[in-house]
Design a protein around this ligand. Structure first.
Ligand code: OGA
Ligand code: MN
Length: 298
C-alpha cells in the first residue's frame, strides 16, 4: 500500500490524496492538496514520508493561527521552547513555543529576531546537546523582493566529499557555538567571544547517522566559532574552511521564494539554511516552531 508516489497523486484506502512534487534540486518538495488544520492520518503519514525523502517540504496557501501551527507541529512530537529573542523577551504571550522572525518594530521594539540582514548558513539550536529535529516557518508577511531562504542537503554534501577527506573527519567532534545567532546577534545571557576553543556550545560528531533514514551526513551547524575538538586552532580553521567550501554549491541547495501562507518544514539534522537580506523598510513576519529531537546526534 504505497502512500506517496513521486509526482503522482497518492491515495490510501479511505484517505484523501496528497501530491508530492520534487523541486528537482538536491532537496525539497512541494506537497499539494492538504490543509494543515485538517490532515487525516494517512495524509500525515504520506507527508512525513515525503519529508524524510526530500528533507524540506513546502506547503502553500495555508491559513494558520499560532495555535494551529502548534497543533500541527505537535503531531511530529513534543516542541522545544523557542530561544529567547534578541530583546530578551519571549514573543507570543502564553505561547513559548512560537519564535518570531521579523524586522517589524512596534513602538521602537522589534517584534522578532534576525532583523532584515543576511542570516548565514546554519541549523537551528545545535548548541543544545539534543537539538530540535525539525523546524518550520510560516509566512504571515513577506517583502516584495529579497528575504529568500535557501536550504542545503548535508547528505549530498557528505557524499560529495573526497574519500581522503571523509577519512580525515571520520572520528572528529565539532563544537556548535552558542554565542551568536545566525543574524550575528549575541544570544541572551552569553558573553561575547570569538575564541571557538572557549566559547559555550555543544559537542557533536562531525559525521552523523540520521536516526530515521539511516543515511550518513555532515553536521556543521554554523561556521562562526565552530571548533574541531583536539585540533590546533589553525588546523581546525583550515579543515572547517575546506568542508565549508562545499556548502553553498548550487548542486546541494534549493532556494525558496516566499509567499504569504507558505509553510516550510525542514529536517534540522540533515539540512542547513540561510536567508538573503531584504529592504529594511519592507515588512517580513514569520512564525516558527521547533520539534524536539529524540536523542543527541550520533
Ligand atoms: C529560522 C531562520 C530564516 C528566514 O527561523 O530559523 O533561520 O528565512 N529563518 O527567516
Ligand atoms: Mn534558522
Amino acid at each position: 500500500m504505497g502512500l506517496s508516489v513521486e509526482g503522482e497523486v497518492a491515495r490510501d484506502i479511505g484517505g484523501r490524496p496528497i501530491e508530492v512534487i520534487s523541486t528537482g534540486a538536491a532537496l525539497g518538495a512541494e506537497v499539494r492538496g492538504v490543509d494543515l488544520k485538517d490532515l487525516d492520518i494517512s495524509q500525515f503519514a504520506a507527508l512525513t514520508r515525503a519529508w524524510h525523502d526530500h528533507q524540506v517540504i513546502l506547503l502553500r496557501g495555508q491559513t494558520l493561527g499560532d495555535r494551529d501551527l502548534i497543533a500541527f507541529s505537535r503531531r511530529f512530537g513534543d516542541l522545544d521552547w523557542a530561544p529567547v529573542q534578541e530583546t530578551g523577551r519571549r514573543f507570543v504571550e502564553g505561547l513559548p513555543e512560537i519564535y518570531i522572525v521579523s524586522n517589524v518594530t512596534v513602538n521602537g521594539q522589534p517584534i522578532g529576531s534576525l532583523g532584515a540582514g543576511e542570516a548565514a548558513w546554519h541549523t537551528d539550536m545545535s548548541y543544545l546537546d539534543v537539538p530540535p529535529m525539525a523546524s518550520m516557518l510560516y509566512a504571515l508577511e513577506v517583502p516584495p523582493s529579497g528575504g529568500n531562504t535557501s536550504f542545503c542537503s548535508m547528505y549530498a554534501i557528505y557524499q560529495a566529499l573526497p574519500e581522503n577527506l571523509k577519512r580525515r573527519i571520520a572520528n572528529l567532534k565539532i563544537k556548535h557555538d552558542g554565542t551568536y545567532n545566525s543574524g550575528g546577534y549575541l544570544r541572551q545571557g552569553v558573553t561575547a567571544t570569538d575564541d571557538p576553543r572557549t566559547s559555550p556550545g555543544a559537542l557533536h560528531p562531525l559525521v552523523c547517522i540520521h536516526p530515521d533514514t539511516g543515511r550518513r551526513m555532515l553536521y556543521l551547524g554554523r561556521r562562526r566559532n565552530a571548533y574541531l575538538m583536539g585540533l590546533e586552532l589553525a588546523d581546525s580553521e583550515a579543515l572547517l574552511d575546506e568542508l565549508w567550501d562545499f556548502v553553498a554549491r548550487p548542486a546541494f541547495t534549493w532556494e525558496h521564494v516566499w509567499r504569504v501562507g507558505d509553510l516550510v518544514l525542514w529536517d534540522n539534522r540533515c539540512t542547513m539554511h540561510r536567508r538573503d537580506p531584504f529592504d529594511a523598510s519592507a515588512r517580513r513576519i514569520m512564525h516558527r516552531t521547533q520539534i524536539k529531537g529524540s536523542a543527541a546526534p550520533a
